[in-house]
Design a protein around this ligand. Structure first.
Ligand SMILES: *Cc1c(COP(=O)(O)O)cnc(C)c1O
Length: 408
């Protein structure tokens, strides 16, 4: 029998049925009108942000990386909680502007920004995290044509990466950001152009649950920012320190030691080098804020046995929850936290695999794990579904359509 990932500590049961923010699973499905669906808990998001604020130095701004979950009601909740938003497309920009978010709190990173996207961002007054000299040229030309003062930062491709991170975004050849040695000349050129200079964006990786790795990366990031300040000879008004705070998804994963990260960063903030004495700092987080706040609920259509193995075939699958199927950035397939929501307190009775309704062997949400005996009609919960779930899954694949989403 294979193990399942750890269920986040925010969930319990009412009469044996999984509850989310005080409402039982069946009631949530009834409210949404159908399964499968994603449920995001505003209460859990608030708790996550509060514990982060409590642990981090108060001088560090907190940004939300919209790509983790762009669901509009969730963005509205987030707008009361964070200091800024990081986006990666004009589509995300339009969503934020539609939600009434102040564009001055928004920064835009991402390779391959089109001219139309640069124009939309400059018109709105969003900070551009420039990914190359060529992008800087285009942004400056567009700003001149529009007679606008662009807000420009440089995204740096750091020579180090976030150790143990699920997705490396720095260290060596990368499509993201400028190599360190090319940064100072561009910084000087941006300042000389009369643009509003916004400093550096340094993002070294994602999904690290080791405090030690994050502390070391933050040390290197601050050292790099100071060196760039020194070598470019222009002030450093702002540094986006990246993020990469991970959450436990798989068996054996443990939560990030947030107080340790906060204490180490607090020490560094108290003894900043001269180049960074007047700098404002932020971190940008996606999954850490919303990942554990989401649950994907899907109903068992059929219980089937084949060659002695039990398959619980559900009405959802990898077209909504690609990551849980092991096909989004993981090398070895391991089980997410998954439970039978309608038998949440029942003991393990058998080994079963939860498979989706897609006609491909890739569509497996839990592999040979221990569950109470489930029947057609039971609801299955896949946890850690608040980030990179609905938004990062191939919802058009096989024509079943998108899942419902609700915020409670
Ligand atoms: C994806 C991304 C993030 C968010 O990553 P999480 O692992 O969800 O915290 C933050 N910043 C940048 C530049 C990204 O590309």
């Amino acid at each position: 029998m294979k193990l399942l990932g750890p269920i986040p500590p925010y969930f319990s049961s009412i009469n044996g049925i999984l509850e989310i923010s005080g409402e039982v699973s069946e009631a949530l499905v009834a409210r949404a009108g159908s399964s499968p669906l994603f449920i995001y808990s505003a209460e859990i998001i608030r708790q996550r942000v509060a514990s982060l604020r409590a642990a981090m130095p108060s001088s560090i701004g907190l940004h939300y990386a919209v790509k983790a979950n762009p669901f509009l009601p969730l963005i509205h909740v987030m707008s009361e909680l964070v200091d800024g938003f990081d986006i990666a497309s004009a589509g995300e920009l339009a969503n934020l502007l539609g939600a009434g978010i102040d564009p001055r709190k928004v920064s835009f990173a991402g390779p391959g920004k089109r001219d139309a996207e640069l124009e939309a961002a400059i018109t709105a007054g969003v900070t551009l995290n420039l990914e190359s000299e060529a992008e800087a040229d285009r942004a400056l030309a567009i700003a001149e044509r529009l007679s606008r003062t662009p807000r420009l930062a440089i995204r740096v491709n750091p020579s180090f990466d976030l150790k143990g991170s699920g997705m490396k975004m720095g260290g060596g050849a990368k499509p993201f950001g400028l190599d360190e040695d090319r940064v100072p000349p561009l910084a000087r050129r941006i300042v000389a152009s009369g643009a509003e200079w916004r400093g550096y964006h340094i993002f070294a990786g994602s999904q690290a649950i080791s405090a030690e790795a994050i502390i070391e990366t933050q040390r290197q990031t601050l050292e790099l920012a100071a060196r760039l300040g020194r070598e470019s000879g222009v002030p450093v008004p702002h540094v986006n320190l990246g993020g990469g705070f991970g959450i436990p998804y798989f068996p054996g994963d443990t939560p990030l030691d947030l107080p340790a990260v906060g204490a180490a960063l607090g020490d560094r903030m108290a003894s900043l080098p001269e180049e960074l004495a007047k700098t404002e700092f932020c971190i940008e987080l996606g999954r850490y804020l919303v990942g554990e706040a989401g649950v994907y609920l899907t109903r068992v259509i059929e219980r089937k046995e084949s060659h002695g193995e039990v398959f619980l075939i559900v009405d959802g699958g990898m077209h909504h929850q690609l990551a849980a199927s092991g096909n989004f950035g993981t090398v070895v397939r391991r089980n997410y936290p998954v439970a039978i929501a309608t038998r949440f307190d029942a003991p393990v009775e058998e080994e079963a695999s939860v498979v989706g309704c897609l006609c491909t062997p890739l569509d497996r949400l839990a592999d040979k794990a221990g569950f109470p005996r489930a029947e057609a009609g039971d609801l299955v919960a896949v946890f850690c579904a608040g980030a990179y779930g609905a938004t990062a899954s191939p919802m058009h694949f096989l024509g079943h359509g998108p899942a419902a989403e609700i915020l409670v």
